[in-house]
Design a protein around this ligand. Structure first.
Ligand code: GDP
Ligand code: MG
Length: 162
């Protein structure tokens, strides 16, 4: 079996856009409404001659325990079932309470976690993400999933992490 890469993060940070960027086609559903990806959906992906299974996540609604509990469950599932975790946050919004909760869980991951600051559409926004080092997940990777900026470097990091 090929390695599994899970893309996790809050609704609306651009997970599905990133998955489409990696696949090079519009397979994952992108919407302005959060929670559009109904389930964990796995796609066959390839980069630099390496095949892997790319899992888009989402599809949960904040329940009685709030959005933080939902994202915690998502992070825990990703830790159990994937070889590499891509944790996406919105560079424009910065770190939210839900992000912090997910990060606390991801610190326990025995798998590589790649921290992605998406929606870094410009050089200026790229510079602003340096503060994300403080999350303790290593180097934050700037990305514009929408425009493709940083996508090649991120893919190099992903396949190196297998
Ligand atoms: P998901 O809920 O995390 O899967 O997020 P989506 O991929 O559905 O994207 C949510 C919204 O963010 C959509 O309107 C996307 O077009 C937008 N978006 C995604 N990536 C970027 C990006 O790199 N830059 C900008 N400006 N918008 C983005
Ligand atoms: Mg989605």
């Amino acid at each position: 079996p090929v390695p599994t890469v899970a893309v996790v993060g809050r609704p609306n940070v651009g997970k599905s856009t990133l998955v489409n960027r990696i696949l090079g086609r519009r397979a994952a559903v992108v919407q302005d409404q959060p929670g559009v990806t109904r389930d964990r959906i796995a796609y066959d992906a390839e980069w630099a001659g390496k095949n892997f299974s790319l899992v888009d996540t989402g599809g949960w609604e904040p329940d009685a325990d709030g959005i933080g509990a939902a994202i915690a469950a998502q992070a825990e599932l990703a830790m159990r079932t994937s070889d590499v975790i891509v944790f996406v946050l919105d560079a424009r919004v910065g770190v939210t309470a839900a992000d912090e909760q997910a990060v606390r869980i991801l610190h326990r991951a025995k798998k590589p976690v790649i921290l992605v600051a998406n929606k870094a559409d410009s050089e200026k926004q790229e510079a602003d993400i340096a503060e994300l080092w403080s999350l303790g997940l290593g180097q934050p990777r700037p990305l514009s999933a929408l425009h493709g900026r940083g996508a090649g470097d991120l893919l190099d990091d992903i396949v190196e992490a297998f």
